[in-house]
Design a binder for this molecule. Structure first.
Ligand code: MEV
Length: 425
């Protein structure tokens, strides 16, 4: 049941929706102005029931070297420490030669799931005998892709009774490709139905095992030293943190969250679907039935060797890529030209993020660096103006315990001091 005022909400104009929301949700004039000021006509074209755009900060990841080239990568995130950590990790790796990103062929997987099956092996044989026809049906559903030399290239059968999944392997070239694969999978599903089979569903799989991206780096521990620990000591502790994430699922989840902090921010800035990348990453992390850390670090001779492999089915055209002016500008900043290049750079940023997090965790702990950045958000959240933020964060950094109440009290104190100072002058 929708509330009365929401009946037919989708049929109203964005302006009418905002007016209604103001009235029904008792928005203040200031809150209403936020909705008004951030609204765009493009946003209204993109989503249903649109009222406004939601803004997130964008910053640049600097010092990321991949396959010998230095990149400047836009990152979109609201988490204060993410861009700082990615840049920190990237610069440490750059001092040891940067990241190496593999270049592998990439395909997406479209699943056509059959059920109500008497003889699985007979069906698998029948499907393989009809491979050529099935690929033609898929490619005929998306002729422009075939013309570009891409399209459905192969089939795979997986049996999970009572289901059989016919996996369509599709080369989507430079595109994100989800819609194209869905179109092809549905066409194959319809054709199989006509042959008398029971098709349960046809949809892209986000476990993009045919678009894996690997990045590696070899770090000279000298670039990891802290004021209290030598480089080799830090390297050994980072390797232990990595081992922990392979065996302890609670730590693995956080280890991977840190990697995805960096990856999601780049994926979002590139206009790709970050939920797809998240889903694929976590499913891949559990591929052997035990959820593990995606990135690993090992001491090998006099180097700390980092490695990250995960599905990275990103594109540089299609879908929402370059539809927003910001995503378009971001490609000009990054100068990324191909999907493969983008996949390698994104994965490298994930590994850089992980290095920075593990170095902090294995040495002074995360809070020292984090809190300096978190204080800025806290200051803003208790109502500090941009001009008041530096003074408030400086005071907060001197305290052993900080929370909203403390921040609010100190802000009041700062304002009182400022007013008293003015009166005296
Ligand atoms: C915080 O957003 C991310 C970290 O927790 C990642 C990690 O623990 O590896 C710092």
């Amino acid at each position: 049941m929708t509330k009365n005022w929401q009946h037919g909400f989708y049929k109203r104009s964005a302006q009418e929706r905002r007016n209604l929301v103001k009235q029904m949700c008792a928005l203040s004039d200031e809150q209403f102005a936020t909705l008004e000021n951030q609204a765009t006509s493009l946003g209204d074209q993109l989503v249903e029931n649109y009222v406004t755009d939601y803004h997130l900060p964008e910053g640049l990841l600097v010092g990321l070297v991949v396959n010998g080239r230095e990149y400047t990568m836009p990152m979109v995130t609201e988490e204060p420490s993410v861009i700082a950590a990615a840049s920190n990790g990237s610069q440490r790796v750059a001092q040891s030669g940067g990241f190496h990103a593999s270049a592998e062929p990439r395909s997406l997987v479209g699943q056509v799931v059959l059920t109500n099956i008497d003889d699985y092996d007979a069906l698998a044989t029948w499907l393989s005998e009809h491979e050529e026809t099935i690929l033609t049906v898929a490619n005929d559903a998306h002729p422009s892709m075939k013309r570009r030399g891409a399209g459905a290239k192969g089939l795979r059968v997986r049996i999970e009774p009572p289901f059989l999944s016919l996996d369509l392997l599709v080369d989507v070239s430079e595109a994100m490709g989800a819609n194209s694969v869905n179109t092809m999978a549905e066409a194959v599903g319809a054709w199989l139905r006509k042959q008398g089979y029971t098709v349960l569903t046809a949809i892209l799989s986000n476990l993009a095992t045919e678009s894996l991206q690997t990045v590696t780096c070899q770090v000279d521990p000298a670039h990891l030293a802290t004021s209290d620990m030598t480089g080799p000591q830090v390297a050994r502790r980072i390797a232990l943190m990595s081992d922990l994430a392979q065996v302890d699922v609670y730590r693995a989840a956080t280890h991977n969250k840190g990697i995805m902090n960096g990856i999601d921010a780049l994926v979002l800035a590139s206009g790709n679907d970050w939920r797809a990348i998240e889903a694929g990453a976590h499913a891949y992390a559990a591929r052997d039935g035990h959820y593990r850390g995606l990135a690993t670090w090992q001491v090998d001779g006099d180097r700390l060797v980092g490695r990250l492999t995960l599905p990275m089915p990103v594109g540089v055209v299609g879908g929402s890529i370059k539809t927003t002016p910001q995503s378009n500008t971001n490609y000009q900043i990054s100068q990324i030209k191909s999907a493969q290049e983008l996949a390698g750079v994104i994965a490298a940023a994930g590994l850089a993020q992980n290095l920075a997090a593990l170095r902090a965790l294995a040495t002074s702990g995360i809070q020292a660096g984090h809190m300096k950045l978190q204080y800025r958000s806290l200051a803003l959240s208790v109502g500090a103006t941009i001009a008041e933020v530096p003074r408030l964060t400086k005071r907060l950094a001197q305290l052993s315990h900080v929370d909203r109440q403390v921040a609010s009290d100190i802000l009041a104190q700062i304002r009182k001091e400022t007013n008293d100072g003015r009166r005296e002058n």
